[in-house]
Design a protein around this ligand. Structure first.
Ligand SMILES: [Mg+2]
Length: 151
């Protein structure tokens, strides 16, 4: 027999799985560790230990990033629309593969930012502020048009 706590957990799990195909809840939190800076340091160390710095020019890193985006895209290819949270669209193996390819994309994005000396967290924060101005809530709420169609 399940305790109250276990019953609540089971209820939560079953309601999530039945509503997963139409889930629209985007709430999700990343871990606070490791930080972007520590990941960047690990990637630099990985690169230096293999003497790969000479290969990691901005152009090469960009092309590698695009290649990884292609690998990530392949996972979604032919699946049709996929729900937020992925629902039952992906097997456990496909989810693991997705996690690896998203990581490859992020790894090359971090390396590209390093090679271009772009302070990625600050740059992203600035871009979000710029996007708030480009997409004022009163003009674009619930609309998917490009910013130049609002002005
Ligand atoms: Mg890959």
């Amino acid at each position: 027999m399940l305790s109250n706590k276990e019953n609540q957990a089971a209820d939560t799990t079953s309601s999530k799985s039945t509503s997963s195909t139409c889930e629209t809840n985007f709430e999700f939190k990343f871990s606070s560790e490791p930080t972007l800076e520590s990941l960047g340091e690990k990637l630099l160390d990985f690169c230096k230990e293999r003497n790969w710095q000479e290969f990691h020019s901005p152009r090469n890193l960009l092309l590698a990033l695009v290649g990884e985006v292609g690998e990530l895209s392949e996972i979604f290819q032919w699946k049709g629309e996929v729900p937020v949270g992925l629902g039952r669209t992906f097997t456990d193996n496909e989810k693991e593969h997705l996690e690896q390819e998203i990581s490859d994309v992020f790894i090359y994005l971090i390396r590209l930012a390093q090679a271009c000396k772009v302070d990625l967290p600050k740059a992203v924060e600035s871009k979000i502020e710029l996007n708030k101005k480009k997409y004022p809530i009163d003009k674009c709420f619930g609309k998917s048009n490009k910013y130049n169609e609002y002005h």
